[in-house]
Design a protein around this ligand. Structure first.
Ligand SMILES: [Zn+2]
Ligand SMILES: [Zn+2]
Length: 130
């Protein structure tokens, strides 16, 4: 319906109708009325805050003890998983790009211990699938 109307106004506009998420800049996706894509929308809905991006080499935590992403400013208890899923990069590249030491933990303490066992299980499943 929207597209049809724009066509009436002049086809040139059709290209610029692609909406961008105001937070992560993701294009060509479902954008909610608050200007966010689904991921950002859900993040905000769950009480997430968009923080100023941390400086290179600096690891910042929000008041819930979650790690703030250097790329999009959202906070996560498992930053590695976030950057892999959301930004399609491995945590190793992320560390390199933002000059974060490999000794710097990027997972909150509480989560870390819980995940140790889980990861082992997941790895086993992953190998079986291959
Ligand atoms: Zn977004
Ligand atoms: Zn991010």
């Amino acid at each position: 319906m929207l597209k049809a109307r724009i066509k009436q106004l002049g086809g040139v506009l059709t290209m610029s109708v692609l909406k961008k998420c105001i937070h992560c800049g993701k294009e060509n996706t479902k954008i909610y009325s608050d200007g966010c894509c689904q991921t950002c929308h859900l993040y905000v809905k769950r009480g997430g805050i968009f923080h100023p991006l941390p400086n290179k080499g600096e690891v910042k935590l929000d008041d819930r003890g979650m790690y703030i992403c250097h790329i999009c400013g959202t906070a996560h208890d498992k930053l590695g998983e976030h950057v892999r899923r959301k930004h399609k990069i491995l945590i190793a590249s992320y560390r390199k790009q933002f000059e974060i030491k490999s000794t710097q933990r990027l997972t909150s303490d509480e989560y870390h211990d819980k995940m140790k066992e889980h990861n082992l299980k997941n790895d086993a499943i992953g190998y079986l699938k291959k």
